[in-house]
Design a protein. Structure first.
Length: 271
């Protein structure tokens, strides 16, 4: 593809962003669908200036990542229902100078679970941060019931009461033992590279009839997933949520539902 005077600009705003796989997968899709567009990584602490720049130089769309997903709500022109409820925006569309905020994480989280059924299921969500908010909103939206399991009671309780679920402390071994879990979802960074031996959930309480999902994708097979698989659990790794949230962003920007395998191949062929 030739970059010329008509090339549209997209990007990710965050800090750090140099590890981001966003440029790899979005540029692969732009090329595949013959879009005259590029996607770059912008490492910035100043989200207000970044947002102003989007209007000034007509950046068509952006991904928003750590640490700006919440603070960006104060700087954009409109926010869709899901992003408002979650309190976080991960996607911006520049609609002729009006910046519209969306959250594609929650749909991406539930997509791999939907064929397995969420309605009426007892879902245990580990963590109470930004990712947990999106996952909880998604589960609630699909009429699953949920328990928040978190290290810090204040944040855990807050999230549980916000969406109408129960809270259990990660320190309360007895309460964890008594949990009836159909679907277990880790949203914490526990088990992520380089501390890959760590697990966010006491492995002795895994049962073979649980579906176990981890949103970590580095490594793809966390210790939690490996142990769950060994027990016979159905497991879902973090790649699907990562790819589906990116695919939903691409759709918002281009109106094209991209083939996920293009993104997967871009990741595999890296180097
Ligand atoms: P994100 O936006 O990616 O969800 P976050 O908002 O920083 O990141 O939230 C991280 C979550 O992982 C929090 O729920 C955090 O627990 P606390 O509320 O107790 O801080 C959880 N977390 C992070 N490190 C953890 C650890 N070592 N053990 C248990 N929970 C941890």
């Amino acid at each position: 593809m030739t970059i010329d005077a008509y090339t549209a600009l997209y990007g990710v705003f965050g800090n750090p962003v140099r590890h981001s796989k966003g440029p790899l997968i979005h540029n692969a899709c732009f090329q595949h669908y013959h879009k005259n567009a590029v996607y770059l990584a912008f490492e910035t602490d100043n989200i207000k200036s970044a947002v102003d720049a989007m209007k000034t130089v007509d950046i068509k769309g952006a991904s928003i990542t750590i640490p700006h997903k919440s603070s960006i709500l104060d700087h954009i022109d409109s926010v869709d229902q899901g992003a408002q409820a979650i309190g976080a925006v991960n996607t911006i569309v520049n609609n002729n100078g009006r910046l519209m905020g969306y959250n594609t994480d929650w749909k991406a989280a539930i997509l791999p679970l939907t064929p397995l059924g969420i309605k009426g299921k007892k879902v245990c969500i580990i963590g109470a941060g930004g990712a947990a908010q999106a996952v909880t909103y998604g589960i609630k939206n699909e009429k699953g019931s949920f328990t928040i399991l978190n290290r810090t009671s204040e944040t855990g309780q807050l999230l549980a009461s916000k969406f109408g679920g129960q809270f259990v402390s990660l320190q309360d071994d007895e309460a964890i033992a008594g949990l009836d879990i159909d679907i277990l979802i880790n949203t914490t960074p526990v088990g992520m590279y380089p501390k890959t031996d760590a697990t966010p959930f006491p492995l002795k309480y895994l049962r073979s009839d649980m579906i176990v999902m981890d949103i970590i994708y580095n490594p793809l097979q966390t210790t939690l997933l490996t142990q769950a698989k060994n027990m016979g659990c159905k497991t879902i790794n973090g790649l699907s949520m990562f790819l589906y949230q990116a695919a939903a962003q691409f759709k918002l920007w281009t109106d094209i539902n991209p083939d996920i395998t293009i993104m997967k191949e871009a990741l595999t062929n890296e180097h």
